[in-house]
Design a protein around this ligand. Structure first.
Ligand code: ZN
Ligand code: ZN
Length: 332
């Protein structure tokens, strides 16, 4: 039986690119120290920050929530969790349950926003009405609501659960399609745009999917093992994943090397071409005078629902007991 390279106890994981075996306790420590290092290397948070963690119910966001709630006590920042109820049948019911359990166990305040309550429709219904693929409507609505909640609670950062495997795939896809201006958006950190959008951080930037899974499992953080029923295994992303995984198999560590080097070069990639402006309905980030959420909901319901969503989120978050703002000097 393989033994932990640190303490000699029975190993639960083989970290191939480091040629190490780790026991349960040392795997947990290893993942936490990796996240701590990435967060400081890429300057993700500062003391006094308010960080919004969107939780899907899956392993990656569970790991982010667990590690950040622990680090928040060490470093002195605040963590608020957000779950978006997408209305995708039984899957969404279970996702919401898992998110509530995880936030409850960790003692993190959780905001739950229901797409159906805000728009009158679930994600599959919105997609059908808009005659668009479910995943594209889902992505659009989630991005909008995450930013909206972050803006309403005056968050300094949104912590996303993308792991190194996801990011290697998204980046390769951007290389293949030569959508190079997408690359800076995939980095470990994007900056806030005052009054319009809250910047994003990716604490799992250098954490493999397997490590994130084991961390959630071994720390007993509740998560849903099921995947969304809309996952398309033949998508470009999922096909690429198979190929990049086989490369990683032959060259352990190649994904981390790629991501680290990309993070160093982010300034060299072209800037996104779309202009930054303000939606005339809801006042949030848009590339024209109407944001994509207001456009989508206007086409389906006859009126842009951004303002209604803002109102709903404001009342949902008004009962949150947020830490008083001590230092707002670094905020613009
Ligand atoms: Zn050990
Ligand atoms: Zn809008």
């Amino acid at each position: 039986m393989a033994r932990c390279s640190v303490c000699g106890s029975p190993a639960v994981a083989h970290i191939r690119y480091q040629r190490r075996y780790l026991c349960e306790r040392h795997l947990i420590e290893y993942v936490e120290s990796k996240i701590r290092r990435s967060m400081s290397r890429y300057k993700m948070v500062r003391p006094g920050y308010r960080v919004l963690v969107p939780v899907s119910g899956g392993k990656d966001s569970a790991t982010v929530l667990a590690v950040l709630s622990r680090l928040s006590r060490e470093t002195g920042f605040e963590v608020i969790a957000l779950h978006i109820d997408l209305g995708i049948g039984e899957y969404s019911v279970k996702s919401k349950e898992a998110s509530m359990k995880a936030a409850g166990k960790l003692g993190v305040p959780l905001v739950i926003v229901s797409v159906k309550e805000i728009t009158g429709y679930t994600i599959p219904e919105l997609a059908r009405k808009a005659k668009r693929p479910v995943c594209s409507v889902c992505g659009l609505v989630k991005r909008y609501l995450i930013n909206l909640v972050a803006m309403e609670i005056d968050a300094d950062a949104v912590a996303l659960g993308h792991n190194a495997d996801d990011l290697a795939v998204y980046s390769m896809k951007s290389f293949i399609t030569q959508d190079l201006s997408n690359l800076p958006k995939l980095g470990p950190k994007t900056e806030s745009i005052p009054g319009l959008a809250v910047g994003r951080i990716r604490p799992l930037y250098e954490v493999y999917e397997k490590e994130s899974y084991l961390y959630a499992l071994l720390t007993g953080t509740p998560f849903l093992h099921e995947e969304c029923p809309n996952v398309d295994f033949n998508s470009m992303e999922n096909r690429l994943k198979v190929h990049i995984n086989s490369l990683e198999e032959e060259k352990p560590g190649v994904k981390i090397t790629m991501l680290r080097n990309m993070a160093k070069r982010i300034k060299d990639y072209p800037k996104p071409k779309l202009p930054i402006s303000k939606c005339k309905h809801c006042g949030l980030l848009s590339s024209g005078d109407e944001c994509s959420f207001c456009r989508l909901t206007r086409r389906i319901t006859g009126r842009p629902l951004g303002p209604k969503a803002r109102e709903a989120v404001r009342s949902l978050t008004s009962s949150l007991q947020l830490a008083p703002r001590q230092d707002s000097a670094y905020k613009s």
